[in-house]
Design a protein around this ligand. Structure first.
Ligand code: ASP
Length: 378
């Protein structure tokens, strides 16, 4: 019997292949746009979805926002930022060199940033709309997904240490308000009065935000009630750290005063596990900064981990997709530092700028403030 050539199969196969190729773009929102950097994606095109460094053991950030410009930044201010980030990295380096784990390293690094009034965490935290300070922080351990957080604390000197205590000494994940302040004090953490957090700079920002909201541009900024009511400042100063230790265990921590002129009682993403902070061995340790509401709605840092675990993505492309591909569509900008267990660091941001620094396995410290320093090492 003569077998007839089944030529009809050629166009059918062609259609099937074309449909299969198009499917991932439909099933992964934003995936087809990884390189559409455009206006909302100030992470430079060369960095898009690529690591900024390798062999990193610890990284810190000091917030995102309008970029610091090399031409207009006072050298003293530049030095203060670089020293602030480097001091935090040195504190973490001491811990890691002494055989401490990644949880201890991120806590030590964040404490130094909280004590530095340049940053919006601990001393130097921004003001709420009623001229108070309410601080949020969280910490997460990648080996067992243990996590701790405090929200809206008003008298803890180092909220990240309170978050660690919640993780290690309670069966809960988050304590808020007075209960959190009392818990920290009962466990021996130093307490302060509200004036400890006060700085002239943050006060001026509050006054500016209130004046702005009385002005003609306010309606646009808070349109539809969805705006935060806060003026976006040059580098807002939320802080965070990610680390990997010699056992390859990951950890992450984030601490903030929130957003200038926020409502009293408002809680942002920084203390929310899976939004501002996430660490899971084998995927990523990530700490975020930016419009907290959007990072919560977009489950930012957990989504980075899920894209790696379930989507087969690498750290840099997953972080880029979430921060640049997805979150701006929800109406907010910001950035993350994201570290893989093998030491790959990504630092994508959809805000114009983000300040960050890192420590390599060899003990070298690198700080990055200006957009033109964000070239990829990957
Ligand atoms: N994510 C912080 C918050 O919404 C603010 C920031 O990172 O600038 O509270």
């Amino acid at each position: 019997m003569r077998v007839r050539p089944r030529l009809w199969i050629v166009p059918v196969l062609t259609v099937l292949v074309a449909v299969a190729a198009a499917l991932p773009a439909f099933s992964r929102p934003g995936a087809g746009e990884d390189h559409r950097v455009g206006a909302v994606a100030p992470t430079k095109a060369a960095d898009a979805g690529r690591p900024v460094a390798r062999d990193v053991v610890l990284a810190v950030h000091g917030g995102a926002g309008t970029a610091l410009r090399r031409e207009t930044t006072d050298p003293r201010k530049e030095k203060a930022y670089r020293d602030g980030l480097a001091d935090a990295l040195k504190a973490g380096r001491r811990v890691l060199r002494d055989g401490g784990d990644s949880v201890a390293a991120v806590e030590a690094a964040v404490r130094v940033l909280e004590d530095n009034e340049l940053f919006n965490a601990g001393r130097g935290a921004v003001f709420t709309e009623d001229a108070g300070h309410e601080l949020d922080a969280s910490i997460m351990r990648g080996s067992d997904l243990a996590a701790g957080a405090v929200a809206g604390v008003r008298s803890v000197r180092n909220p990240v240490s309170a978050a660690r205590l919640v993780m290690e000494k309670t069966k809960h994940v988050m304590l808020a308000g007075e209960g959190a302040d009392d818990f920290a004090a009962r466990n021996g953490l130093p307490t302060v009065t509200q004036d400890y957090y006060w700085t002239q700079r943050r006060w001026d920002e509050l006054v500016k935000a209130k004046n702005f909201l009385k002005g003609p541009k306010a309606e646009k900024a808070t349109k539809g009630g969805k705006g935060t009511g806060a003026v976006r400042e040059e580098i807002t100063g939320t802080v965070g750290a990610v680390a990997v230790d010699r056992d390859r265990d990951l950890a992450a921590a984030t601490s903030t005063g929130g957003m200038t002129n926020k409502m009293a009682g408002r809680v942002g993403d920084s203390p929310v596990v899976g939004a501002g902070t996430y660490a899971k061995n084998g995927t990523v340790a990530a700490s975020a900064t930016g419009h907290g509401e959007v990072f919560i709605r977009g489950a930012a840092t957990a989504t980075i981990s899920h894209l790696i675990e379930f989507g087969g993505r690498d750290v840099a492309s997953a972080a880029y997709e979430v921060v640049v591909g997805r979150l701006p569509r929800l109406g907010g900008t910001g950035g993350v530092i994201a570290l893989g267990h093998e030491g790959t660091l990504a630092a994508p941001h959809s805000s114009e700028g983000m300040v960050y620094g890192y420590l390599t396995e060899d003990g070298d410290i690198v700080t990055r403030l200006f957009p033109d320093e964000s070239s990829s090492d990957g």
